[in-house]
Design a protein around this ligand. Sequence first.
Ligand SMILES: C[S@@+](CC[C@H](N)C(=O)[O-])C[C@H]1O[C@@H](n2cnc3c(N)ncnc32)[C@H](O)[C@@H]1O
Length: 236
Amino acid sequence: MGLKTLLGIKKHQWKKSVKKFIDKIKTAFPQYPWNDFYRISEHFLCRESSSLPERAFLFRLSHDLQANAKIVEIGSWIGESSCLLAWGLKGNGAKLYAVDNFKGEASDPSARTRYQERMYRLKIDNIKESFDKNIAHFNLSSQVEAIVADSLAAAKAFREPAHSIDLLFIDGDHSEDATRNDIIAWLPFLKHGGIIVFHDFSSNHGVPQAIWWAVKQSYFSELIGVYGTMIAFEVC
Ligand SMILES: C[S@@+](CC[C@H](N)C(=O)[O-])C[C@H]1O[C@@H](n2cnc3c(N)ncnc32)[C@H](O)[C@@H]1O
């Protein structure tokens, strides 16, 4: 069987499973534009960084935000989660800040190797260029502002005032120290009652330990939802 036929079969199977997923989620949450979710998922087919339930959760969270909301995303990679989050933004003042060094770097050497392998497999020479193309593909360039920097440096130079961000998505360096430092650096920008979302909370990286530390500091007031390895809290 040729590669083209194999890819055709894969795409056919993918379409069937996504349609099945959307039929189900449409029943539970009819108020969201699931056809747009399908389009974004299709665009990133074979390059996705998270599962369908995880992506649908992000999509819903951003659609639930008020007009002119602001989102900070730590770890944007080629922009799939950025597109899902930015799609729900409404109002001229709405913005998604996409913070990434766009080098596929991380403190853990095995994570760095994984990024390099992924770049090779997906034929990505320049992560930032891919990110820009994907954001432009969905006409989101005016809502999305990339901040090309390490997360902590970006937090130090961030121009938005304290307590002005509605949603913070942490999906950058997954070591325990880095995740904890991301929480410490970015939490002061979140509104009281804002939402913090983590990816990979049940992974064997340091993310769960950092979240547990934050829970013990009483930073979070409520658990908003858990989908796959995505977890969201309301902050105090
Ligand atoms: C798992 S990927 C993000 C995937 C993306 N959120 C998605 O779902 O499409 C992690 C990203 O974090 C970035 N990253 C790692 N450490 C970082 C740091 N200290 N500061 C900023 N970005 C970082 C990497 O370059 C990589 O693009």
